[in-house]
Design a protein around this ligand. Structure first.
Ligand code: PHE
Length: 360
């Protein structure tokens, strides 16, 4: 019984079964049939008790060695099968992380769009809503209600584009400023009113700093005790936010507009740096906008009592603000639709203007 040749045969047989096992369940069956309670190796180990000490000395280590080698072979095969299963899963469940995340935007925001959004953000922060009016206006909203007397020469100073007269002989105009939105707002809303009105305006003019269509933003505040101090505070805060500086120096120069009394133009101190300007430094004055207290006649024309309500208005050129802030030298380029110009002066459509992370 000390012949270990049948052990060798058994070992070869089980090893080749292990090698041939195609999955973990099959491998486990082999393990049970050899090393399980009633497995072939276990049964042989039970025989050890009946052996003579000499026989046991030979067969004991032989069987233990066999058991260890089979266990090792099973563990190794199990690893191989597990790795193969993992490889198969990885191959069939791949995510191609080399795919592009998102196509790059092809277009860019026009500087005027950018500045309009900046204006809306700044004034929204001060409690202003955005109002709109039509580009084709009637004489009443563009002139009469704004206190331009009939036949008054002030109507000619605006280089007005007139439409063909209608059946009654009334000629509409392309609005020459955004001030008619003041009238529309006061006719439609009850005070307190606090709006800005950005939009296109039209005047017959064409040179480096004038185009027949350009953009303005109007501001209007009407309440019971609004005064020029409020006007000044709002405009200084606006300039500081827009030009991203806290050292604004401004002066209010007396001026004339039919729809405000008193009227002023606001100048700010600036310095030219290349094509752009730096506001808040330097020693030159630059006119930025027109403003004033809304004329009592305008308030009356909108059905409000000027003894009860008063307020201020201001208006400024958006294109000019864009030229100043972003340093484009010729206004006409703004409307040439040249993609190279837009690529240079445009803004990412994914970066929204906001006061928290900066405007531009
Ligand atoms: N409408 C004026 C212009 O176009 C600007 C302005 C608006 C002035 C409001 C005073 C008050 O020049």
């Amino acid at each position: 019984m000390t012949d270990t040749s049948n052990l060798d045969t058994l070992e070869r047989d089980v090893l080749s079964q292990i090698e041939a096992a195609g999955n973990e369940a099959g491998l486990d069956e082999i393990r049970v049939s050899a090393l399980g309670k009633k497995g072939s190796v276990s049964l042989m180990m039970r025989e050890l008790g009946k052996m003579s000490p000499e026989e046991r000395q030979v067969m004991g280590p032989a069987l233990n060695g066999l058991k260890t080698r089979l266990n090792d072979a099973i563990t190794a095969r199990k690893d191989t099968l597990e790795n193969a299963a993992l490889d198969a899963a990885l191959a069939s469940e791949t995510v191609d992380i080399s795919l592009p995340v998102r196509p790059q935007p092809q277009g860019s925001l026009h500087p005027i769009t950018q500045v309009m959004e900046e204006l809306a953000v700044i004034f929204a922060d001060m409690g202003f809503a955005v109002a709109e009016g039509p580009d084709v206006e009637d004489d009443f909203h563009n002139f009469t209600a704004l206190n331009f007397p009939e036949g008054h020469p002030a109507r000619d100073t605006q280089d007005t584009f007139f439409m063909q007269p209608d059946a009654d002989g009334n000629r509409k105009v392309l609005r020459t400023h955004t001030s008619p939105v003041q009238i529309r707002t006061m006719l439609e809303q009850k005070p307190p009113i606090r709006i800005i009105a950005p939009g296109r305006v039209y005047r017959c003019d064409w040179d480096q700093t004038h185009t027949p269509m350009f953009h303005q933003v109007e501001g209007l505040v009407i309440d019971k005790d609004t005064h020029m101090g409020h006007l000044k505070g709002v405009l200084l805060d606006f300039i500081a936010a827009f030009f991203e500086t806290d050292k604004v120096e401004a002066q209010f120069r007396p001026h004339h507009f039919p729809f405000t009394e008193p009227s002023a133009e606001m100048d700010v101190k600036y310095e030219r740096v290349g094509q752009a300007v730096k506001v808040g430094q330097g020693d030159k004055w630059m006119e930025i906008l027109g403003c004033g207290m809304v004329h009592p006649n305008v308030i009356r024309n909108c059905g409000l009592d000027p003894d009860e309500y008063q307020g201020f208005a201001f208006g400024m050129g958006v294109d000019r603000l864009a030229m100043l802030k972003y340093g484009a030298p010729d206004l006409r380029d703004f409307f040439n639709s040249d993609k190279r110009w837009l690529a240079h002066y445009g803004f990412s459509p994914l970066l929204q203007a906001n006061l928290a992370t900066g405007l531009s």
